[in-house]
Design a protein around this ligand. Structure first.
Ligand code: GDP
Length: 296
């Protein structure tokens, strides 16, 4: 089930309950079961759904609610709050500050949209008057440097990389040092992805992180992946200090489960979403407006 359908299904379940005459335990359970089914079909992890159900039942204690309380409203608000809570890890992500150069390292599997997102992120700060720079530390995929170079040139953002050097750590360190000397305030390091999780990929990420000491590691994830999202995000989190998530391809067959799982696995907030291939198709992510839009 894609994201738009998920929102529609939850809204329908709430409307159905609105049309029942008496809001009793059965009406609430029926409504929550319908919401749970929709979440399961969107690949949301079972554990998250179970916690949500328990929390809502605790908040909406029908027996204790005195007559006159608008039970429908209370239930609706509880569902809204729980969806927001799932997307909110409780602590904000590191935000780069102009006074001090920040190094931001991007990680994620190949094809997730990492290289595109690095440029979008840089472009977003450049528009606000920052001096970002891009470093291509992906020596694994042939063409990776060319792609970054092309994107960076289009966005008029300085870049660093090498066709000859095969050691990503060496390139990353050289690139970060050069851009620090040139007084860039935001240095973005793009890394390799591979096709699947492999020990060699994670070892490379560990070494890159140790060598460049990033202020922030951003995990980039394709919104269309389902159940695999949790393990993928968790695997990266165990190796490097992931502090934020960016979900790409929200314009396509986005599922709800992936993003919720990535937040749960990394305990980090989603900070931006990608909504297209173009550089400007990139939006700041805010939990409450997102959930409001989801539920129509
Ligand atoms: P990487 O292998 O993780 O570096 O991924 P790329 O940056 O090369 O992106 C893989 C493909 O996804 C490219 O064709 C991108 O244009 C496309 N892409 C990236 N982000 C988005 C997005 O938000 N929406 C859409 N529709 N396509 C995207």
């Amino acid at each position: 089930m894609v994201l738009a359908e998920l929102g529609g299904s939850i809204t329908r379940a709430l409307h159905k309950m609105n049309n029942t005459t008496v809001i009793d335990e059965k009406a609430l359970t029926d409504c929550l079961n319908e919401i749970n089914r929709a979440l399961l079909q969107s690949d949301v992890r079972f554990e998250l759904i179970r916690d949500m159900q328990i929390n809502i039942k605790n908040i909406v204690n029908l027996e204790q609610l005195a007559a006159g309380h608008n039970k429908r409203k209370i239930i609706q608000q509880a569902v809204f709050d729980e969806l927001c809570r799932m997307l909110n890890p409780g602590k904000p992500s590191f935000v780069p500050k102009r006074e001090k150069t920040s190094v931001v390292m991007f990680v994620g599997l190949q094809g997730s949209g990492k290289t595109t997102t690095c440029t979008k992120y840089a472009h977003c700060y450049q528009k606000k008057g920052w001096k970002p720079a891009l470093v291509c530390a992906d020596t694994f995929r042939a063409g990776a440097f060319d792609q970054l170079k092309q994107n960076a040139t289009k966005a008029k953002i300085p870049f660093y990389g090498s066709y000859m050097e095969s050691d990503p750590v060496k390139i990353a360190v050289e690139g970060v040092e050069r851009f620090k000397e040139e007084d860039h305030d935001l240095i973005i390091v793009d890394t390799s992805g591979r096709h699947k999780q492999e020990a060699s990929l994670f070892e490379e990420m560990r070494q890159l992180s140790e060598a460049t000491k990033p202020d922030l590691v951003i995990f980039v994830m394709d919104s269309s992946i389902g159940q695999a999202a949790f393990n993928q995000a968790q695997a990266f989190k165990q190796i490097v200090a992931v502090g934020a998530v960016i979900i790409t391809k929200m314009d396509g067959h986005a599922k709800g489960g992936g993003s919720l799982s990535a937040v749960a696995a990394t305990k980090s907030p989603v900070i931006f979403i990608g909504t297209g291939e173009h550089m400007d198709q990139f939006e700041v992510f805010e939990v409450q407006p997102f959930v409001s839009r989801l539920l129509g």
